[in-house]
Ligand binder design. Structure first.
Ligand SMILES: Cc1ncc(COP(=O)(O)O)c(C=O)c1O
Length: 453
């Protein structure tokens, strides 16, 4: 594409687009990278520059860009139909996909309710958990427990159970109350304890709330193992299992939000498998379609599903649905995505790559302004600090994370920061060489930026 064409795209973008999570004043004064195509682990912009996609285009790309089998799955489905509704009808790919989803999911889950984003999957889980209690006559169980720093999406219900004040504070008057418990964040432990000598004191905090409020709580919602958007907060081993046990003890449903962690990101298909935990409800999105099309699902246990069954006039129906629920095109590509995990033994192949990341992170951890590195499989957070010994954070004005990602771009890598945390989450298909290159360039970018800060 010639420069005139690029300039014209930039002009239109500045004039008409409102970008997500973006201060548009700053955006309008900058020259954006405009992506035109992709290939494998690379994004290619309108000037032909190639960048390693270090965050899987916001945590979604699984088998790389323009994966032939996924492209073909969409083309084949296009020859049949792009969309038909799930209201009063069903369609072939959504049925086949449901079977596959149940097959790969924890055994407690038997029912699939489709939607189109992580946020909608979460809204659905919350509403199901709420309505279940109403249907069962447990009328006082209307509330939710969630973790501080939790992120479950941007719709009002998801924000109500979210704990990221920086995003959520302004909307407080619109939200329903939920109970926040401490996040099991070892590097910045609220109780200044050390793992494992703490014996998971954070679970006591959870139990205290459950013990006091279980009669009014419908469910606990949490991201298993890794609180992604909070800055990759990696939970200590045993927290998830302990939370499951407490839910059972206090008759509280466990909703696991696997939107970010699902589909192999932590090295297993779902993060909850690491601790052999089965939830009552589970939300999936992002990687479900291999990063191709907007698709999400809320998976429910048979017990929850059964409670909604009744005669028409009993009004037990789950009155919820989205226009593109069960979209055939998205379902078709999701089916192929799951098949590829098996055909290419993707999770087996991942283990060497995970070890390589761990190895390189050790070097990065030694840098003077890296306070902590957190990794669960292919989910990585590198926390930059002003003072390593005191764990002092860089100020918002320092924009340490932002500067590192701009430097990384100059080096040919696209990544995103979460405050002072540099996030890496490459496509699972990335080659060992590309992975080495990604980690080297990120290492270099951190050194370059923090030397000057
Ligand atoms: C754990 C988790 N839940 C929900 C969401 C919301 O997903 P979406 O952006 O598709 O609405 C996200 C997005 O990052 C997430 O990380």
């Amino acid at each position: 594409m010639n420069m005139n064409d690029k300039n014209s795209l930039v002009d239109i973008d500045r004039k008409h687009i409102w970008h997500p999570f973006t201060q548009m004043k700053e955006w309008e004064g900058s020259t954006p990278i405009i992506i035109e195509s992709g290939q494998g682990s690379y994004l290619i912009d309108v000037e032909g520059n190639r960048y390693i996609d270090g965050v899987s285009s916001l945590w979604v790309t699984v088998h790389g860009h323009r994966k032939k089998e996924l492209d073909d799955a969409i083309r084949d489905q296009l020859n049949k139909i792009a969309h038909s509704t799930m209201l009063g009808l069903s369609n072939v790919p959504s049925i086949e996909l449901a079977k596959k989803l149940i097959h790969i999911s924890p055994e407690s889950l038997t029912r699939v309710f489709y939607s189109d984003s992580g946020s909608t999957a979460v809204e659905i889980a919350l509403k199901m958990a709420f309505q279940f209690r109403q249907l069962r006559g447990q009328k006082s169980k209307t509330k939710f427990i969630s973790l501080k720093e939790a992120y479950h999406g941007d719709t009002i219900g998801a924000v109500s159970v979210g704990g990221m004040d920086i995003f959520h504070q302004i909307f407080k008057p619109l939200l329903f109350d939920s109970m926040m418990v401490m996040s099991p964040f070892c590097y910045r432990c609220e109780k200044s304890l050390e793992y494992p000598s703490c014996k998971l004191e954070c679970l006591n905090d959870l139990e205290e709330v459950m013990n006091k409020h279980h009669h009014e709580v419908a469910a606990l919602i949490m991201e298993p193992l890794m609180q992604g958007a909070a800055g990759m907060i990696a939970h200590p081993q045993g927290y998830l299992k302990g939370a499951r046990e407490l839910c059972d003890k206090y008759d509280i449903h466990l909703i696991l939000d696997e939107v970010a962690t699902g589909f192999g990101r932590t090295g297993k298909m779902f993060a909850c498998e690491h601790e052999n935990v089965s939830p009552d409800l589970m939300t999936v999105a992002k990687g479900i379609s291999g990063g191709y099309l907007p698709l999400a699902a809320t998976l429910a246990s048979e017990e929850i599903y059964e409670a909604f069954k009744g005669e028409h006039e009993e009004m037990k129906t789950f009155f919820h649905g989205h226009t593109y629920t069960g979209n055939p095109l998205a379902s078709a590509v999701a089916i192929k995505n799951i098949e590829l995990f098996e055909e290419e033994k993707l999770l087996d192949k991942l283990q060497d790559k995970i070890a390589l990341i761990a190895n390189r992170l050790e070097e990065i951890k030694g840098l003077p302004h890296v306070g902590d590195v957190r990794q669960k499989g292919f989910m990585v957070g590198i926390e930059l600090v002003r003072d390593k010994r005191q764990r002092t954070e860089y100020s918002t004005a320092d924009r340490a994370g932002h500067k590192v990602i701009l430097e990384a771009r100059r080096q040919g890598v696209i990544i995103r920061p979460l405050g002072n945390v540099v996030v890496l989450m490459p496509p699972l298909s990335i080659s060992m060489d590309e992975l080495k290159q990604l980690l080297d360039l990120v290492h270099k970018s951190i050194v370059t930026v923090t030397n000057k800060l």
